[in-house]
Ligand binder design. Structure first.
Ligand code: NAD
Ligand code: UFG
Length: 349
């Protein structure tokens, strides 16, 4: 036990549950706050089974200020990792108010409660979607922001709010200024190597990897490859896929950085969490076929609105300041996805 407590919002979800494992294994006391709007409590049961350690769970909405205030008073966290949020791009276009209320207002309430409890260390789940379209496909943190859908804009707005909070500390200095890491994820895939926890999307998946996995297991009949006429090496879209376990390790390193002298008091800094190289849709299909021995039934379909041809991270800043880089390979990502999918064909039930 390292005597530090981390409060994890959205800790029952896909990335949050993997983060809980790393936190428990690193000796942190873990407190999860999740309203279970997109997750099941079984994920947390399995986290405790994998680690042999227990955590505290509160089923609460981050917009419920009274509930959050009581949890902070009871648990006295040192740091917050803020995963809670809605994340479906299409749904955000249909129901923008829901996304701004849940993601932006939810974060406002969370930071108000944090201020009142004097808990000023925050690691936030941002996204590569905050970047605007760029002529260079490899994104560095100083690229212009320009999200193109309500989900991405909710993340960009939250980043603005968090930057404003840390700037306010400089105007009226306090004894415990904010220290905030904005982690911009590229494309998280994969699962814990135990196959006990993984991504459990509701309904038909929007994202490539869970869709491919469900075609491979026979739940879905055919994958649509959205466009084969992009200016890429094989015409299909290229993304920077990152193993979820590598991704959550970046959060542990971010906490270490926030606790160090090197991270300036009052700073709010963005870091890309990606591998720094991309794979095309066809390369993902080939890797899946190689690892599983299954043939993925697919057809070429029209481009999906809003998709970029190519997008991958420059992760140099995370290496330099967080001492973090990916360790796992595409084969690991596919093997672990398949292990989770075959052991849990219906997800958490
Ligand atoms: P997820 O849906 O599996 O997990 C999010 C969790 O937050 C869920 O358990 C949900 O029940 C909870 N939640 C949502 N709104 C809440 C609220 N108001 N109060 C309390 N709990 C609430 O999603 P994930 O893939 O684990 O993503 C975690 C975070 O990372 C999200 O903020 C997401 O936007 C961000 N992100 C995800 C990806 C990705 O591809 N998965 C990419 C970039 C960024
Ligand atoms: N794709 C298909 N068929 C599908 C699904 C996806 O061909 O059925 C293609 C897409 O066109 C794209 C690639 O696979 O070229 C990856 O698509 P995903 O939907 O898996 O991922 P995105 O890059 O579109 O977006 C994801 C998350 C966002 C997040 C972003 C960056 O959905 O929320 O990564 O982190 F912000």
């Amino acid at each position: 036990m390292n005597n530090k407590t981390v409060l994890v919002t959205g800790g029952a979800g896909y990335i949050g549950s993997h983060a809980c494992i790393e936190l428990l294994q690193a000796g942190f006391k873990v407190v999860v706050v999740d309203n279970l709007s997109n997750s099941k409590p079984e994920s947390l049961t399995r986290v405790q089974q994998i680690t042999g350690k227990s955590l505290s769970f509160y089923q609460a909405d981050i917009r419920d200020k009274q509930a959050l205030t009581e949890i902070f008073a009871k648990e006295s966290p040192d740091t917050v990792i803020h995963f809670a949020g809605l994340k479906a791009v299409g749904e955000s276009c249909e129901q923008p108010q829901l996304y701004y209320h849940n993601n932006v207002y939810g974060t406002l309430v969370l930071t108000e409660v944090m201020s009142q409890a004097n808990v000023k260390q925050l690691v936030f789940s941002s996204s590569a979607t905050v970047y605007g379209e760029s002529s260079c496909p490899q994104y560095t943190e100083d690229f212009a922001l320009g999200a193109i859908n309500p989900y991405g804009r909710s993340k960009a707005m939250i980043e603005d709010i968090l930057r404003d909070l840390s700037a306010a500390d400089k105007i009226s200095p306090t004894e415990s200024p904010w220290k905030i890491a904005l982690l911009r994820y590229f494309n998280p895939i994969g699962a814990h190597e135990s196959g006990l926890i993984g991504e459990d999307p509701n309904g038909i998946p929007n994202n490539l990897m869970p869709y491919v996995a469900q075609v491979a297991i026979g739940k879905l009949t055919q994958l649509s490859v959205f466009g084969d006429d992009y200016p890429t090496r094989d015409g299909t879209g290229i993304r920077d896929y990152i193993h979820v376990v590598d991704l959550v390790k970046g959060h542990i390193n971010a906490i270490a950085a926030l606790n160090s002298e090197k991270f300036a008091a009052g700073a709010c800094k963005a870091y890309n969490l990606g591998a720094g190289r991309g794979y095309s849709v066809l390369e993902i299909i080939n890797a899946f076929e190689k690892v599983t021995g299954k043939t993925i039934n697919y057809k070429i379909s029209p481009r999906r609105a809003g998709d970029l041809a190519e997008c991958f991270a420059n992760p140099d800043l995370a290496l330099k300041e967080l001492d973090w880089k990916v360790e796992k390979t595409l084969d690991d990502m596919v093997t672990d996805t398949w292990n989770w999918q075959t052991k849990n064909p219906q997800g958490y039930i």
